[in-house]
Design a protein around this ligand. Structure first.
Ligand code: NAP
Length: 252
């Protein structure tokens, strides 16, 4: 049975977020879920325009909002505007994220703060902004994009790892707070996925990483987006507080 859902996706212009926007919009075809989507981006106006043009699934409305997800006041205004356009909100995907890698000895305070704010504070900002309407309607699906490094750690990424471990903890706390209101909160923890974020790696680094992935390849953004689509669907109605790893077997 088709149900009309409204989704907000942060970081929807590129990589995993872009694939999630497409996945949620495309689900209108298979009768499982029909999502109008508002996505947030930071800088790439052309990317935002491109994705709106690209996703021309009939009946699905796509809206783009330019805002810094780490800014609390901007978040309140952006979510309010998105809810006005969508007519409500059923799904929140906290996907936006950045890296500023360095060994701790060389890491600046700014690089630590920027990553924590973009990756973790943003999750607080957007979750806080959507839960009131979700509680009122007694329905909500919140999915946070974490990372396997938030579970196992990674040298040279103390800021990023701390932010993703924080997202995992936040996910579980919110799952407990909101379960009785029929709001599920889960995280997806990707391994290495081919996006602009990992394009910074050298071919040698990618080769070394691939050797540690039983499935023998880096992931595609769609590999993550499909799991997010499942967690938004009715099939996942009884799943909450879980961290679903999507890494080709790397951290099993
Ligand atoms: P990406 O290709 O670099 O895209 C990042 C997206 O986030 C862009 O749409 C960007 O918008 C947006 N964004 C970044 N900072 C923002 C801010 N302050 N305000 C608003 N939007 C902001 O990254 P990705 O690889 O798809 O990663 C997506 C998520 O998956 C991140 O949370 C990342 O940590 C996580 N992840 C990725 C991997 C991987 O291997 N790629 C692995 C594990 C987890 P603009 O286009 O406007 O800059």
């Amino acid at each position: 049975m088709t149900s009309n859902k409204r989704a907000i996706v942060t970081g929807g212009t590129r990589g995993i977020g872009r694939a999630i926007v497409k996945e949620l919009a495309a689900r209108s075809c298979c009768g499982v879920l029909f999502s109008d989507v508002a996505f947030i981006y930071n800088s790439c106006d052309e990317c935002a325009e491109e994705i709106i043009q690209e996703i021309s699934v009939s009946g699905t409305q796509i809206y783009a909002f330019k805002a810094d997800v780490s800014n609390y006041e901007q978040t309140e205004d952006t979510v309010k505007a998105a809810i006005e356009k969508l007519g409500g909100v059923d799904i929140l995907i906290n996907n936006a994220g950045i890296t500023r890698d360095n060994l701790l000895l060389r890491m600046s305070e700014n690089d630590f703060d920027d990553v924590i704010n973009a990756n973790l504070k943003s999750v607080f900002n957007y979750t806080k902004a959507v839960i009131r309407p979700m509680i009122k309607q007694r329905y909500g699906r919140i999915i946070n994009i974490a990372s396997v490094v938030g579970l196992i750690g990674n040298a040279g990424q103390s800021n990023y790892v701390a932010s993703k471990a924080g997202v995992i903890g936040f996910t579980k706390a919110m799952a407990r707070e909101l379960a009785s209101r029929n709001i599920t909160v889960n995280a997806v923890a990707p391994g290495f996925i081919q996006t602009d974020m990992t394009n910074k790696l050298t071919d040698e680094q990618k080769q070394a990483i691939t050797q540690n992935i039983p499935m023998g390849r880096l992931g595609k953004p769609e590999d993550v987006a499909k799991v997010v689509g499942f967690l938004c669907s009715e099939e996942a109605d009884y799943i909450t507080g879980q961290i679903i790893v999507v890494d080709g077997g790397m951290t099993m």
